[in-house]
Write a protein that binds this ligand. Structure first.
Ligand SMILES: [Zn+2]
Length: 261
């Protein structure tokens, strides 16, 4: 029995001399396929497994937690602009690694998340040529906060997580409490990881929480968040992600290096 699915390649490992083990994210789950004779430009899969693309895969016997055999592939959407951009392609490696670390349960939203962020990164190359790096940085933060939402640890940023009062000025963010804490509640924080946050930091996090990737790419005013996207919001989001995966993100250091001015 063969199954046809839309998929993104999220990780690849060599297997024996000419084959690959490939992890795909599909609309159902992450599946691991053995791809016989799949090394670069094979006659079986062409360069489909090398391309940054949404592909259609045909595999045998899809059952959870077993290795499947990849039979056929075809490209549905090629993200050529991302592939040609050092910044966007580095971002795409980071995104795929995060997805690979967090997508362990059945949830169609992981597939949607990767598709929407890639669509926006591709459009960004046309829309924001003057400010490519700034927009990618904002889109990466948006990806992180939306990933946290899917895994169920979206930080509370509109009200004090301890007493529920409104936050109007400087406050603190407590990672272990899962949100911002007002000045009255500082003595009750239960966290080793506390960050001082300003109103603009919280405005930025609210913006990326509520705005779709493509609307961020199209929003000419979003450039004002460039500095904030590399500030304390970045530290907070990365810290929460790390707390819930306990895995070092290997592509993060490359991303940092590429995005240094
Ligand atoms: Zn409070």
């Amino acid at each position: 029995m063969y199954i046809k699915e839309e998929a993104f390649v999220i990780a690849k490992y060599p297997y024996k001399t000419s084959s690959l083990i490939v992890h795909f994210i599909t609309k159902n789950l992450i599946i691991q396929c053995i791809c016989y004779s799949a090394k670069k430009n094979s006659k079986y899969f062409g360069s489909d497994l090398e391309a940054l693309a949404k592909i259609e895969i045909i595999t045998s016997n899809i059952k959870k937690n077993t290795l499947h055999t990849l039979k056929e592939t075809s490209i549905l959407k090629n993200y050529q602009k991302i592939s040609n951009s050092i910044y966007a392609s580095t971002a795409s490696f980071y995104i795929k690694e995060i997805i690979s670390n967090i997508a362990h349960d059945f949830d169609i939203r992981y597939f949607t998340l990767i598709e929407k962020v890639f669509d926006a990164l591709e459009e960004n190359e046309y829309l924001n040529q003057e400010n490519i790096k700034a927009y990618i940085s904002i889109l990466i933060r948006a990806f992180e906060i939306k990933a946290l939402y899917i895994i169920g640890v979206m930080p509370t940023i509109s009200k004090c997580v301890l007493c529920g009062s409104n936050i109007n000025a400087y406050s603190h963010f407590s990672v272990d409490d899962g949100g911002v804490v007002c000045t009255n509640c500082i003595g009750h924080i239960h966290s080793r990881f506390i960050y001082k946050v300003s109103k603009p930091d919280l405005d930025f996090m609210t913006f990326i929480k509520h705005t779709s990737f493509i609307d961020i790419a199209k929003n000419k005013d979003a450039i004002k968040y460039n500095d904030l996207s590399n500030g304390v919001a970045k530290e907070i989001l990365k810290n929460i992600l790390f707390k819930h995966t306990s895995k070092k993100i290997k592509s993060e250091s490359v991303l940092e290096e590429i995005f240094l001015y």
